[in-house]
Design a binder for this molecule. Sequence first.
Ligand SMILES: [Zn+2]
Ligand SMILES: [Zn+2]
Ligand SMILES: [Zn+2]
Length: 182
Amino acid sequence: MSKECFNCKCEESESNPLMPEEFYKNLFLCHNCRFSEEIKQWRVKMEQTDPLYRRYVDLITAGFKMNCPSCGKETNRNPKFIGHSPVWELCCTKCSEVDYKKISPYKYDLTKWHELYDGFIKGKLELNESWGEILELEKSSNIPKHKCKCGGEFSMVAKPRCLNCKTIVINSIFHVCDGYYA
Ligand SMILES: [Zn+2]
Ligand SMILES: [Zn+2]
Ligand SMILES: [Zn+2]
């Protein structure tokens, strides 16, 4: 079956190639339509009608402001890696410190972590359900374990904590909250 653009129904051509839509992978968009006003409006509509898509958009938004669920102080969250810079920053297991010495995929095998990230932001991975598997992966990886000055450890499986009260602010091992406001 030949692929066609979801929006204008054109077929794959050299001058106007088709690309899978980033969230709805089985939908294809041609180069001309990808950034069109129609598709912009379609995305807005999907955000309002599809909770999974809404979640996806929220989770990848840099500088998204949120409040600590415990003390109410404002913090913000950022994706750990975006597109062409797939490096990871590690949170501390006990406090709000973040290790900004980036873990690079050119040095460590992060394939499985990237797969988990992808599943997580698309709502296909339940963190609690897969927690045992994630801990095993962490244990078997050769990513160096640095101690934090608080006594905790910078880890791939640490969740970001509030700068103020140290409560976990987002149930994700794929995001950091760094308290930086643009
Ligand atoms: Zn098109
Ligand atoms: Zn707090
Ligand atoms: Zn710490």
